[in-house]
Write a protein that binds this ligand. Sequence first.
Ligand code: UN1
Length: 518
Amino acid sequence: LSSRAANILSALDIPTAGEVHGVYDGEWKGSGDLVSSLCPTTGEVLARVKTASPEELHTALAKSREAFELFNNVPGPRRGEILRQIREALAAKRTELGALISLEMGKIRTEGTGEVQEFVDICDYAVGLSRMMNGRVVASERPGHSILEVPNPLGVVGVLSAFNFPVAVYGWNLSLSFAAGNATLWKPSPTTPLCAIAVTTIIARVLEQNDIPGAVAGLVTGGKDAGEAITESRDVDLVSFTGSEHVGRIVGRTVQSRFGKVILELGGNNAAVVMPDADLGMAIPSVFFGAIGTAGQRCTSTRRLYLHKNIAEEFLERLQKVYSALKPGDPLDEATLLGPVHSATAVDIYEKAIRYLQDTDAQILAGGARYAAADAPAGHQGNFVQPTIAIPKSVDPSDTLWQTECFAPILNCAVFDDLEEAIQWNNAVPQGLSSSLWTRDIRNVGTWIGPNGSDAGIVNVNVGTSGAEIGAAFGGNKSTGWGRESGGDAWKQYVRWSACTINFSDAAPLAQGVDFSV
Ligand code: UN1
């Protein structure tokens, strides 16, 4: 193991020799298939992880259930206090955990640290919520009656997360689920097991200090089998899944067929729309970050750029300049803005999309190939691809190129005549996660956020498509799956609601004035 990797792993108490246990249900174990965690920058094997065997999956599910039966009786504010300690423990390892994200996922330093910060932020939010998960009292139509809506703990929450946010998305789910009194069982992406092991190690320690069973925050690494064990288990009340539309469809059906609850956070195909009155000095760097941040592998990455005809030429010229100054580098190096894409699969996705653009005579304004070995950082592994700006020949929104999410740093551009046309293009795709309008004109803002505006879950103005804060509910409409996580009212999905009509009177009248007197 390189000393660069060894230092990061040991700072987080991950063994740097031998195999690493990838299952936690109160005890660390793992006797299933061995999975290698690869560094996307160098190709180095960071660790071999022992994933969950079928029997261990079974036990982990049973332990989660057991842990829930105990945890659901711990008062909400007490759960909040433990979550506050988890928050502190995560914050204490912010830099180290951020570095591990860069090492294993490939995103740059500031984004790795930012991801840990996102977990810390949602913990703060959920600590507050732990004293504010309020139900309500509803006016009854009957005298001497009260109606209460009571939030009770739900049960076991399964979290299936993706490689691109290997820490924060689990954080959104864990913190709300924890504050609500549930046990949470995490199945991370098979390619980022170490991030999950590091986070679980930090949380497990806090649980232990508080005499809470470790299975309140359990972990099962593995592939399809582990995912299926969770989606199919009647012991899992809610499954929160982040990933592709293809897998999301299967997860949604499986969970629904047993009448479980599901939160889906699937594909994003996000557009930025630039009006002629926009402040380009703000819009250009923001579009640049939206398209290139996390090497184009955020669900919220900007994939489509719609430019008003009056500013299109200037915008593209200036954007190209910013692109051409970009150099790829080691994501662990503070100065790097562009790291590798996550895996060989990601390179394939990129290359297929580029080929399609070339075959359909798109104009390529920047990028369009992998970096030559000489341009990539020393010791690189080949996952470095050039961020690409393309003007596809077809502006027809029904073209596959506009319709599909391509998880790579490729920005497709088109020129529009008026806002109405841009909104029509924005909405003409199956996905509906994020969208961004650049304008100074209040009339455009009103249209954009109103009934004839963007149909995405995230509808920004003078703010890029990615980098949402935790305070509002995060999620998308249409084939993005309609799920909402993180802030807003998202917590209401992690509880079991009881509608309780209580009669304090000496009579038992029926609602709606129904007369059933005997
Ligand atoms: C994701 O890509 O799955 O808004 C989540 C953002 C981040 C979360 C992205 N806060 O870009």
